[in-house]
Design a protein. Structure first.
Length: 271
């Protein structure tokens, strides 16, 4: 599948080809596909139109890795094991998992952590002030977790995909996609921030809405929702032996028109 480029990006693509500009580095980021059953649904939020990146798009919770975020207590696969699963170094892997847990908390109110390695918190509504402080970066996420005696539950996450923003974009992210189930006693809520609307949608429902022009979805979201639509339950998603493929859409020229090919999977991140 290829998509026509707006004129501004088409000019930038030509400048990149001519060596007049250089691609900006891609920042490490994490995105979490939060799931609930009966029927299988995904949590989506609509980014405010004032946002510099993906304005107006319906997306999964996610964001950049904060280099300072650390968690003292950790349950599930170790950072070293995550490094193997994600094809990253151990420090980057730790940051990606912490970012996945933090962004889910910030953008849905759901916290994938518990007081012990085998438990998960039942209610997060009492931590609204702390959540706001984490969003504002006045309270480091690791400091919040450590202060509350909480353990990061890395075992509640499953790696799913790897998308890198095309080189022609002025803002670029090297994003690992994870899936996670909504913890049994927790509920998402409209917590505001970067979003002006949130919704639980069946994957096929979201795709139909995008096809009819009711909502705007970016290519990685469309691809992931298409994959989710093949499953009936969360158990089915987690049982799937998902091969992690790296996507970095490439610019192609078709009859003089600059287009973005979002199906390219032959990119491998340099070590």
């Amino acid at each position: 599948m290829d998509i026509p480029l707006p004129e501004e990006l088409a000019r930038r693509a030509r400048d990149l080809r001519a060596g007049l500009v250089r691609p900006v580095p891609a920042r490490d980021a994490a995105t979490v596909v939060l799931l609930r059953d009966d029927p299988l649904r995904v949590y989506l939020l609509r980014r405010r139109t004032s946002m510099a990146f993906a304005a107006g798009a319906w997306v999964f919770p996610g964001g950049s890795v904060d280099a300072s975020e650390q968690a003292d207590s950790w349950a599930g696969p170790s950072p070293a094991e995550w490094a193997v699963m994600l094809g990253a170094d151990e420090r980057t892997a730790r940051g990606l998992v912490c970012a996945a847990v933090r962004e889910t908390f910030e953008e849905s109110g759901v916290l994938l952590a518990g007081p012990t390695p085998g438990t998960v918190v039942a209610d997060t509504t009492g931590w609204e002030a702390e959540r706001e402080a984490v969003i504002a970066r006045t309270l480091p996420f690791g400091e919040f977790l450590n202060g509350e005696g909480l353990v990061v539950r890395s075992d509640l996450l499953k790696p799913w995909a790897h998308w890198i923003t095309p080189e022609l974009e002025p803002r670029r992210f090297d994003t690992r996609f994870f899936v996670a189930a909504l913890p049994p006693e927790q509920e998402t809520r409209d917590v505001g921030g970067e979003a002006d609307a949130v919704a639980w949608m069946r994957p096929a429902e979201a795709l139909d809405a995008a096809n009819s022009g009711k909502i705007f979805l970016m290519p990685p979201t469309i691809h992931t929702l298409t994959e989710m639509a093949a499953f009936d339950t969360i158990a089915g998603v987690f049982a799937n032996d998902q091969k992690i493929v790296t996507f970095m859409p490439q610019v192609v020229e078709v009859h003089g028109e600059m287009r973005l090919d979002v199906s390219r999977t032959d990119y491998r991140r340099p070590r």
